[in-house]
Design a protein around this ligand. Structure first.
Ligand code: AQP
Length: 333
C-alpha cells in the first residue's frame, strides 16, 4: 500500500539530536521509499503558542526547512512547506475544536508539562495545540504520521477527533484515521545532563543537547561533559535498570549505528565510560557534522529556501483547500 505521510517540526530554534533520531531520521527513510507520498511541515502556527521573537521566528522557519533538506529529505520527492502559508490549517482547526471535547484536551500531558504551575497564564493556543495538529494531519488524508514518543497522546487524540467528526456528520470514511509511526526503540532521547528528562529545545542548558548545527568541537565537548554514573559500562541489558544516563547514551549510539541496544551493550561491556564516549563522539561527528555543515550552507541561500517553501506551500494549498471545502459542506456552511 502506498502511504500518505504527514509530519511537522516546530521552528522554535535549537533543533537537536532528539528531533533527528525521534522524527527527522524516520522522515528521510519514508521519503526514500518509492511509493510514499510525503508532506513535511514547518509548523510555525504551533510555534507561536509560546511567545516568539518575530525576527528569530523567520530565521527558525528557514533553519527548519534547511534541516529537513540537509538531513536528506529531497524537496523534489516530498512537499516541504510552512503551515502559516496554507490558511486551511487555521480554518480546519477551528471547526475541529468545535468537535473536540474539553475533557479530551484536559488529559493532554504535554500541556500540563509546558504550562507548568502557572496554567492560568498559558495561551489558549498552547491548550488547543493538539486540535491544530489534528487539522494538519486530517487535511491531507495522511495514513501514517512519524513522530517521537512524546507525540503519541496527541496522535491518539487526532484519531478520536477524526472518528467523532465522521460520526457527527454521518460520513464514515471522510477523515482517514491515521496510524502513528513511532519507532519501537529510541523514540525518546533524553537530556545529556539528566537521563530522566527529555532532550528539549527549551532546556536552558546548551550542554543538555546536541544541536543539529553543532560543529565537531561542540559535539566533542558535550559528549565529554555528558552525565554518566560511577559504574563501568553495563555487562548486559538488565544492568541498565536505574542507570538512565548510561541507557540514554547507549541508545543514542545504537540509533545512530542502526543496531539494537543489546549489541551496543555487548560492544562496550565492562569497559570504562571514557572509551565508550570516544566512540560515541566519533559516531556523532560522522553522522551529525555533515548535516550541520549543510544546514549552514543552505542558510546562506535564503532565496533558495524561500522558493522551496513557496513551491511546497502552493502544492499543499491545492490539497488542503479542496479538503476544507468538503469539510465546510459537511458542516453546513
Ligand atoms: N527528545 C526527543 N526524543 C525523541 N523525539 C523527539 N522529538 C522532540 N524531542 C524529542 C520529536 O521531534 C519532532 C518535532 O518536535 P517539535 O519541534 O514539534 O516539538 P517538541 O516535541 O516540543 O520539541 P522539543 O525539543 O521538546 O521542544 P520544547 O523544548 O519546546 O518542548 C516530534 O515528532 C517530536 O516527537
Amino acid at each position: 500500500m502506498n502511504k500518505k505521510i504527514f509530519s511537522g517540526v516546530q521552528p522554535t530554534g535549537n533543533l537537536h539530536l532528539g528531533n533527528y533520531l525521534g522524527a527527522i531520521k524516520n522522515f528521510v527513510e519514508l521519503n526514500n521509499q518509492k511509493d510514499n507520498e510525503c508532506i513535511f511541515c514547518v509548523v510555525d502556527l504551533h510555534a507561536i503558542t509560546v511567545k516568539q521573537d518575530p525576527k528569530e521566528l523567520k530565521k527558525n522557519i528557514r533553519e527548519t526547512a534547511a534541516t529537513f533538506i540537509a538531513s536528506g529529505i529531497d524537496p523534489n520527492n516530498s512537499i516541504i512547506f510552512n503551515q502559516s502559508m496554507v490558511s486551511a490549517h487555521s480554518e480546519a482547526a477551528w471547526i475541529l475544536s468545535c468537535v473536540s471535547r474539553i475533557g479530551w484536551l484536559n488529559r493532554m500531558t504535554q500541556f500540563k508539562e509546558k504550562a507548568g504551575k502557572d496554567k492560568e497564564k498559558a495561551s489558549i493556543g498552547l491548550y488547543s495545540y493538539p486540535v491544530l495538529m489534528a487539522a494538519d494531519i486530517l487535511l491531507y488524508d495522511a495514513t501514517h504520521v512519524p513522530v517521537g514518543n512524546d507525540q503519541k497522546q496527541h496522535l491518539e487524540l487526532c484519531r478520536d477527533i477524526a472518528q467523532k467528526f465522521n460520526n457527527d456528520f454521518s460520513s464514515p470514511n471522510f477523515f482517514k484515521v491515521p496510524e502513528p509511526l513511532i519507532q519501537k526503540q529510541f523514540s525518546r532521547i533524553m537530556s545529556l545532563k539528566d537521563g530522566t528528562k527529555k532532550m528539549s529545545k527549551s532546556d536552558p542548558s546548551n550542554l543538555s543537547r546536541i544541536n543539529l548545527t553543532d560543529n565537531k568541537d561542540e559535539i566533542l565537548n558535550k559528549v565529554k561533559k555528558a552525565k554518566t554514573d560511577p559504574l563501568q559500562m553495563p555487562e548486559n541489558i538488565k544492568n541498565l535498570i536505574e542507570r538512565p544516563e548510561a541507557e540514554n547514551l547507549l541508545s543514542i549510539y545504537s540509533s545512530l549505528k542502526n543496531q539494537n541496544l543489546e549489541n551496543s551493550v555487548k560492544e562496550f561491556e565492562g569497559k570504562n565510560f571514557s572509551i565508550f564516549k570516544e566512540k560515541l563522539s566519533d559516531l556523532l561527528i560522522e553522522k551529525i557534522e555533515p548535516i550541520s555543515k549543510e544546514i549552514k550552507k543552505l542558510l546562506n541561500d535564503e532565496q533558495y529556501l524561500d522558493a522551496i517553501l513557496l513551491e511546497g506551500s502552493n502544492k499543499a494549498d491545492k490539497i488542503a483547500s479542496k479538503k476544507i471545502i468538503e469539510i465546510k459542506q459537511l458542516v453546513g456552511f
